[in-house]
Design a protein around this ligand. Structure first.
Ligand code: DX5
Ligand code: ZN
Length: 214
């Protein structure tokens, strides 16, 4: 299980101490929630924050862009050091546009992920899953940390796992929102590969909380 702590919940007055704890923990990835105040009603990080983390941590930089213009922001965050860009299916005009963005990200040598919000049917991804390195199933409405896990994510994860296994794809399944030890276990059983966790990690002892999710 890959753990990707969401730095949205990090205490920025303790950035060195908490980033060092993440570096010492079993986390392999760091999750950045980029919000543009348009696709979601919240505003978070720009590229300079990502550049700062690049200097502070050797972990894989997993960047989730909750933005209305994924093509523009993928370049901005790739230039800043992103190793994975995950954007939202809901902002793409059509499937062709969705795939063009993935192609662009891949051409720049970075992994591409596609995310669906809680009200988006997982079957919309059926024909395109294999084009992505990762599918992110949102288990809360994107925009804020600290919300409760929506159980509807479990069936989506199971359906995706079936598509991936049947077609022998190497696409990873990630889940984001309301992850703690209990919901992590449910996701594991359903076939998740990457767990994003924000408040659970940073409200507890960071290293122990990460270890409890592995
Ligand atoms: C929500 C973000 C999540 C969030 C998860 O829009 O995508 O990554 O930080 O936070 P928790 O784990 O607190 O639900
Ligand atoms: Zn996220």
């Amino acid at each position: 299980m890959i753990i990707s702590p969401s730095v949205l919940s990090l205490d920025f007055t303790k950035i060195n101490e908490q980033t060092n704890a993440l570096n010492e923990s079993k986390a392999e990835w760091l999750h950045f929630d980029v919000m543009d105040g348009h696709f979601v009603p919240n505003l978070t990080f720009g590229p300079d924050i990502l550049k700062a983390f690049r200097k502070l941590s050797p972990l894989f930089l997993d960047v989730h862009i909750m933005v209305s213009d994924p093509l523009f922001f993928s370049d901005v965050f790739i230039d800043a050091g992103a190793e994975m860009i995950t954007y939202h299916y809901e902002v793409c005009k059509d499937v062709e546009e969705c795939l063009r963005i993935a192609h662009h990200i891949h051409e720049r040598g970075v992994k591409a992920g596609i995310s669906i919000k809680p009200n988006t049917d997982v079957q919309v991804l059926k024909e395109i899953v294999g084009e992505f390195d990762l599918v992110l199933v949102m288990s809360v409405e994107p925009g804020f940390g600290g919300q409760s896990f929506m159980m509807s994510a479990i069936d989506k994860i199971k359906a995706l796992k079936q598509i991936i296994v049947e077609n022998n794809y190497s696409t990873l399944i990630q889940v984001d929102g309301g992850i703690n030890q209990d919901t992590a276990n449910l996701c594991k059983e359903a076939g998740v590969d990457v767990l994003v966790a924000g408040s659970y990690v940073f409200k507890n002892d960071i290293e122990k909380a990460v270890a409890s999710l592995c």
